[in-house]
Design a protein around this ligand. Structure first.
Ligand SMILES: C[C@H](O)[C@H](O)[C@H]1CNC2=NC(N)=NC(=O)C2=N1
Length: 123
């Protein structure tokens, strides 16, 4: 399996006529982000992952960093921030489904997680 280089990729500007990922692409891409699952909500396929935290402050810090990443990439998630937990959903609004960008953003989101926990342990 290729190294998880998804997190180094950049999102492409996505248009309304952009193709959704194919079933085969989904199989390959989801292998690179094994903690994520593909769910369907209101007929829209999206990527979903819940991250655990020791408290609300660290959950909020992670939320802030995911928000900053979204602004940088001009691609935005749905976020549910609770005490000790942040649930993230990625999908492409314009195509009402999954684009490669969503898998890239999920991989980038994963890379924000460990540094938060590490800082917490060391604090
Ligand atoms: C106008 C603005 O660029 C668009 O609405 C962008 C913003 N962020 C986005 N985020 C996501 N996830 N999907 C989109 O289609 C999208 N479109």
């Amino acid at each position: 399996m290729t190294e998880n280089n998804l997190s180094e990729e950049k999102c492409v500007a996505c248009r309304g006529d952009a193709p959704k990922v194919s079933s085969q692409e989904k199989v390959e891409l989801i292998k690179q982000i094994p903690q994520w699952r593909i769910v369907e909500k209101n007929g829209v396929e999206m990527l979903e992952r819940a991250y655990e935290f020791p408290d609300f402050a660290s959950a909020l810090l992670f939320t802030e960093r995911v928000g900053r990443l979204a602004e940088q990439e001009k691609h935005h998630p749905s976020l549910l921030t609770e005490w000790g937990k942040v649930t993230v959903w990625w999908w492409t609004h314009k195509i009402h489904g999954l684009h490669r960008n969503d898998f890239i953003m999920a991989a980038k989101t994963d890379s924000l997680y460990q540094p938060i926990l590490k800082d917490y342990v060391e604090s």
